[in-house]
Design a protein around this ligand. Structure first.
Ligand code: GLY
Ligand code: MN
Ligand code: MN
Length: 439
C-alpha cells in the first residue's frame, strides 16, 4: 500500500506499459535531489512518471521494464545505509523494495551502469525520455554504446529510441478510481483551506498571513506540500497572472484573488476563488464577478464525454466577450471580437489544463491535429478570468479589478463532477460565508 494505492495497482500499470510497448526496454528514472543553496536542498519531490509506475518515493531510483512474452519490472534503488539512515531516515534497500512494491527484481542503484547494457542487449527498442537532462542523455547514450561495442560478438543494440512519455501520457490522462479517490480528498482539503482563508481575510492583513492559513490547513490534513506556489493577490495585483510575492496588504473595498491547491500523495488540486475583503462586492466588482461566473458555468456545462477539449474554452470566451461588450469594455460585434481575439486584452489565458500528479498534468491536448474528445476519467480545471488593468479606454470604475474562478472537474459518464465545490462560489454564498467571519 502506498499512500492509499495498493502495490497491485502499480504492478498493473507496469503491465499495461509493457503491453503497449510490445517489445523493447523502458528506462524511467525518478527526479534528482536539487540543491537550493550551499548544503540545503529543496524538499524532495519524486518524478511523476516514475511514481505513477512504482509508488516508490525515494530519490536515486530507476525503473527498468523489459517488455515481451514474459515482461519484467526491475527497480534500481539505494542500498540500506545505517550511517545515512541516522541522518536522513529510512531507506528500503532493494530487497525490501522488491517485496513491498511488487517488482520482479531489485538491485542497488550502484549496479545500474553495469546491468543496463546487459538488459539492452538484443532488444529492438529503447523507451526513455531524452532532452530534459543532458547528464541523463549522456548516460543513456553511454549504455547504448556499451552494447554496440559488443557487436562483433553478435550482440545488437536497440535500433530505435522512443519516447516513453508518449505512452505514459495517454495512461495518465484517464484517471482510475484509486486516483480519483486521492484527488477528491486533495480537492476537499483545498476547498477547506479556501474557506478558512476567506474567514481570515480582513483589511490590514498581509497577503502572506492568508497564505500561511492556507499552508497550515493543507499540512494539518496531511497534504505534503502546496501543488504550486500559492497566489494571494489583493487589489490590482490580481491582474498579475503569476503573482507569488504575496507581500501586499489587504484593503477595504478591494477584491482578494486566491489561487492555491495542495498536493496530497502526489496528486494536485488547483482552486481559485475571488472575493471582497470587506465582505460585500461593490457594484462594478459584482458585474465583473457575475460575468466570470457565467463564463465558468458555460464552460463546465461544455465538459461532457464526446465534446472536444476546446469546447469549454470556446463557451467561456463567448460569454466573456459578450459581457465585455455589455460592460462597454469592448466595442464591436461579438463575432468580430471572438474572431480577432480582442477579448485577450482582458482574458489572455486559456480556460483550463489537465490535472493529476502534475498541476499542469501530462497528456496531449490535440491528436492528429484535432482537439481531443473528453472521455470519463479525465480531470481538468475550468478557470476563466477577467483582468482589467488601469489604462487607456478602461472606465475608472473597473480599473484594477481582477477575477478568476477555478474548479477541478472530472469527466463522468453523465457529464462532469466538480471536485472543488465546497469552496463558496456564488456571490450569495461568498457574502454569507464572510458575514459569519464578522459575527
Ligand atoms: N495555479 C496554476 C493554474 O491555475 O494553472
Ligand atoms: Mn490555479
Ligand atoms: Mn489551473
Amino acid at each position: 500500500m502506498t499512500n492509499g494505492i495498493d502495490s497491485g495497482c502499480f504492478q498493473r500499470r507496469r503491465a499495461r506499459l509493457a503491453a503497449a510497448m510490445r517489445s523493447g526496454v523502458a528506462i524511467v528514472p525518478t527526479a534528482p535531489e536539487r540543491s537550493r543553496n550551499r548544503d540545503a536542498h529543496y524538499p524532495y519531490r519524486f518524478d511523476s512518471y516514475f511514481y505513477y509506475l512504482t509508488g516508490f518515493a525515494e530519490p536515486e531510483a530507476v525503473l527498468v521494464i523489459v517488455a515481451g512474452a514474459a515482461p519484467m519490472s526491475i527497480l534500481f534503488c539505494r542500498d540500506r545505509n545505517p550511517e545515512r539512515e541516522i541522518w536522513d531516515g529510512f531507506r528500503h534497500g532493494p530487497e525490501a523494495a522488491r517485496a513491498a512494491f511488487g517488482f520482479d527484481e531489485a538491485h542497488s542503484i550502484d549496479r545500474l551502469d553495469a546491468l543496463v547494457p546487459e538488459l539492452l542487449a538484443d532488444r529492438d527498442a529503447l523507451y526513455c525520455h531524452l532532452g530534459a537532462d543532458t547528464a541523463w542523455d549522456t548516460r543513456v547514450t553511454g549504455w547504448i554504446n556499451r552494447v554496440r561495442e559488443r557487436s562483433r560478438s553478435g550482440v545488437t543494440a536497440p535500433s530505435e529510441v522512443k519516447d516513453v512519455h508518449a505512452l505514459l501520457d495517454e495512461m495518465r490522462l484517464v484517471k482510475g478510481p484509486e486516483e480519483l479517490a486521492v484527488m477528491r480528498r486533495a480537492a476537499a482539503i483545498t476547498a477547506g483551506a479556501h474557506r478558512r482563508a476567506m474567514r481570515a481575510a480582513r483589511p490590514g492583513r498581509a497577503e502572506f498571513e492568508i497564505e500561511a492559513e492556507l499552508l497550515h490547513e493543507f499540512r494539518r490534513h496531511g497534504a505534503q506540500a502546496p501543488a504550486y506556489s500559492p497566489i494571494v493577490a489583493s487589489g490590482s495585483r490580481a491582474c498579475v497572472l503569476h503573482y507569488v510575492q504575496n507581500d501586499g496588504v489587504l484593503k477595504d473595498g478591494e477584491l482578494l484573488l486566491i489561487d492555491a491547491g495542495c498536493e496530497l500523495d502526489g496528486y494536485a488540486a488547483d482552486l481559485t476563488r475571488t472575493f471582497p475583503v470587506s465582505g460585500t462586492f461593490s457594484a462594478p466588482q459584482r458585474e465583473v464577478y457575475d460575468l466570470v461566473l457565467a463564463a465558468q458555468a458555460a464552460a463546465i456545462a461544455a465538459v461532457q464525454p464526446g465534446n472536444r477539449w476546446d469546447a469549454p474554452h470556446r463557451a467561456a470566451v463567448n460569454v466573456l466577450a459578450q459581457g465585455l461588450i455589455d460592460l462597454k469594455l469592448l466595442s464591436g460585434a461579438l463575432a468580430g471580437i471572438v474572431e480577432t481575439e480582442a477579448y485577450k486584452k482582458y482574458y489572455m489565458h486559456r480556460t483550463g489544463h489537465w490535472l493529476g500528479l502534475d498541476v499542469h498534468d501530462a497528456g496531449e491536448y490535440k491528436r492528429g491535429g484535432e482537439w481531443r474528445s473528453f472521455v470519463p476519467g479525465m480531470v481538468l480545471t475550468v478557470e476563466p478570468g477577467c483582468y482589467i488593468r488601469a489604462g487607456e479606454g478602461v472606465p475608472e470604475r473597473f480599473a484594477g479589478i481582477g477575477v478568476r474562478i477555478e474548479d477541478d472537474v472530472v469527466v463522468t459518464d453523465a457529464g462532469a463532477e466538480v471536485l472543488t465545490q465546497d469552496a463558496p462560489k456564488s456571490p450569495g454564498d461568498i457574502e454569507a460565508w464572510l458575514r459569519a467571519r464578522d459575527a
